[in-house]
Design a protein around this ligand. Structure first.
Ligand SMILES: Nc1ncnc2c1ncn2[C@@H]1O[C@H](COP(=O)(O)OP(=O)(O)O)[C@@H](O)[C@H]1O
Ligand SMILES: [Mg+2]
Length: 250
């Protein structure tokens, strides 16, 4: 890839016991770009995401943030460099309000606002949602009263509110119907349009091929394809994901 790499990695390897989860993983996300990370079950997508977030420590290779190799020891290190995540389980607290959830996981950063700053928190949350054109019935209702798509949107808005360089998303549409998936895919483009890099893990190949600038394919822990989405078709991707490589290599 040409230009700046806001988040990426070079030649990452990660072994769990005798499982090689990652053998040679490479990817690079530019500012304002969407990279789709695809691969069969067990290919290492979640492991790679966790490595880019400092949740997993790689055995070998480099994580790159803002064009520099970095050593991440925890997710706090990634957050300090402006990288935020939308996890597969969303990590939302169902009993808490939308506003409280927008600040969840950032208690230290938000403590400066003080206990009396409820209005300020509500304003910031409302602004963050409005900037992504996310409409919700209310910001004071508990998250559990929202639909799956609305919860997903809140999780994305929270990540964007705190991110300065990139947002990583693991399977953001896997639990959603077609209409809600469309909305989330539009939201992914809106996040990139704000100048953030977006790395998104997805099995929804037709939709993700439309939304992504670049596709990274992992096969058994190895990056076997890293190409512009416009050059690829769904059958190409499926063939690559199951291990049939276009260049004929085994
Ligand atoms: N914490 C762990 N301990 C042991 N094995 C793991 C762990 N995390 C992932 N794996 C293994 O690593 C491989 C890649 O897993 P994962 O990254 O979850 O793949 P994907 O997200 O592409 O489905 C799988 O074989 C999985 O069982
Ligand atoms: Mg996974």
């Amino acid at each position: 890839m040409t230009g700046a790499c806001v988040v990426g990695c070079r030649r990452i390897a990660k072994r769990f016991g005798h499982v090689d989860a990652l053998r040679e993983a490479n990817t690079a996300v530019g500012a304002g770009k969407v990279v789709a990370l695809v691969g069969d079950n067990g290919a290492g997508k979640s492991t790679l995401m966790k490595t880019l977030l400092g949740i997993n420590r790689p055995d070998r290779g480099e994580v790159i943030i803002d064009d520099r190799p970095v050593q991440l020891h925890s997710i706090r290190d990634a957050q300090a460099l402006g990288v935020e995540a939308v996890h597969q389980d969303l990590a939302l607290a169902p009993q808490l309000s939308v506003v409280d959830n927008m600040f969840l996981g950032h208690e230290i950063a938000s403590r400066g606002l003080g206990v009396l700053a409820r209005d300020e928190m509500a304003d910031r949350a409302a602004k963050a949602l409005a900037e992504l054109s996310i409409q919700l019935p209310s910001l004071t209702v508990p998250i559990r009263e929202l639909s799956g798509g609305q919860r997903q949107a809140v999780a994305v808005a929270r990540a964007v509110m705190w991110a300065r360089t990139a947002v990583l998303m693991d399977e953001p549409t896997s639990a959603l119907g077609a209409r809600q998936s469309e909305i989330i895919v539009d939201l992914i483009r809106a996040v990139a349009a704000r100048g953030l890099g977006v790395l998104v893990v997805s099995h929804d190949l037709p939709r993700i091929l439309q939304a992504a600038d670049t596709v990274t394919v992992l096969w058994r822990g190895e990056t076997v394809l890293d190409a512009p989405a416009s050059d690829l078709t769904v059958p190409d991707l499926v063939a690559t994901m199951v291990g049939y490589r276009k260049d004929g290599a085994a």
